[in-house]
Design a binder for this molecule. Structure first.
Ligand SMILES: Cc1cc2nc3c(=O)[nH]c(=O)nc-3n(C[C@H](O)[C@H](O)[C@H](O)COP(=O)(O)OP(=O)(O)OC[C@H]3O[C@@H](n4cnc5c(N)ncnc54)[C@H](O)[C@@H]3O)c2cc1C
Length: 317
């Protein structure tokens, strides 16, 4: 069975009433809890935060959270926004790294258009030295996401990588496929409500799968990204990489904006690369609800926003 808080918050993230309520309490409003997880609604807010993080020795990747795309016109508009984002990031002089979802580029509407939209982003991105990471969504999208990624890989696009979710039964095979290609993988535990036919049920099994797959990536992957805030797993990964004499610039840790700032800082001080995922945009609500579902304690923080605003809760980047 899927952990209950995740299922609840997943359902709430689709509520139109809550989305309307949330629009009045967005990341830019005073005492907003959403502001703990989302850099802001504008690209300027994300750039300011990225500069701050980079000045603290961290790397960044920006993700534009927009409303759900349901038509071809909307997918074209979202693609144009990403192409504009490439330009804005270049002018701002921050790191050239973007994360995106294929449903934003029209995967729900038409696969061929989605592939073409991604290609339209990869072209200017490649010219300007950007790396584009494809986030992974629920299991019904995975086959198509990997398929689109592999198609573009065969067309010689190399400035692109995927995220894989260690909780899925299929992931170890996908990961070996990516290692054989020489593609860059971001390994995550997985954030969605999945049936037990698709994903491991128990936390211990999920954690063991993550460590096993992280080892596979460190052994034979290409510049892997180990994306977790789990201190036990991070310790195991460090020990494994150090024991193998893997240079610290051959792989990186990744964490989400607003989560375990302290751990990010201590890893940076120890010489590890840490990339912070900086989400921004008006479509922040489903992302925010996934973060709430991962850690029900966050709901308590929502009820005590001033404690958070005073900085007594030491998590903010
Ligand atoms: C850079 C990055 C990119 C990601 N991309 C994807 C993706 O493409 N697809 C996908 O399905 N998932 C993605 N995720 C989310 C991921 O799947 C997990 O849901 C998320 O990282 C929480 O799992 P964890 O590994 O931190 O471990 P957990 O066992 O969930 O948490 C370990 C510890 O981290 C801290 N923590 C974790 N989550 C929170 C939170 N919400 N609030 C406060 N503290 C928290 C707590 O201290 C907790 O004890 C991404 C995560 C990261 C870091």
């Amino acid at each position: 069975m899927y952990p209950r808080p995740k299922a609840l918050f997943f359902a709430l993230s689709r509520s139109a009433t809550l989305t309307r309520f949330a629009s009045q309490h967005g990341p830019g409003t005073p005492d907003s809890l959403a502001g703990r997880f989302v850099a802001g609604e504008t690209v300027e807010a994300a750039i300011d935060m990225s500069r701050r993080l980079q000045s603290q020795g961290r790397l960044v990747t920006l993700d534009h959270l927009d409303k759900r795309v349901t038509t071809l016109d909307e997918s074209t508009a979202a693609t144009t926004e990403y192409i504009r984002l490439i330009d804005v990031i270049m002018r701002a002089g921050i790191e050239r790294n973007i994360s995106l979802k294929l449903t934003q580029l029209g995967l729900d509407v038409d696969r061929a258009t989605c592939l073409d939209n991604l290609r339209r982003i990869l072209e200017p991105a490649a010219r300007q030295g950007f790396f584009i990471r494809i986030n992974m969504e629920h299991s019904p999208y995975i086959e198509q996401t990997i398929d689109i990624f592999e198609t573009l890989w065969h067309y010689e696009y190399r400035n692109v990588g995927v995220a894989l979710q260690s909780y899925l039964h299929r992931t170890e095979a996908d990961l070996r496929r990516m290692n054989e290609l020489g593609a860059r993988v971001r390994l995550v535990k997985g954030a969605y409500k999945e049936p037990s036919s698709a994903a491991l049920r128990h936390k211990d099994d999920r954690d063991r799968a993550f460590v096993r797959q992280a080892h596979l990536l460190l052994d034979s992957g290409t510049y892997p990204a180990i994306a977790t805030h789990d201190p036990n797993i991070i310790e195991q990964v460090r020990t494994y990489a150090d024991a193998r004499g893997l240079a610290k610039d051959r792989w990186e840790f990744q964490m989400l904006y607003g989560i375990r700032h302290d751990l990010q800082a201590s890893l940076v001080s120890a010489g590890y690369r840490v990339r912070v995922y900086v989400p921004f945009g008006s479509g922040w609500f489903p992302y925010f609800m996934r973060r709430m579902g991962e850690r029900p304690l966050n709901v308590g923080l929502a009820l005590k926003p001033r404690a958070y605003a005073r900085g007594s809760i030491n998590v903010r980047a």
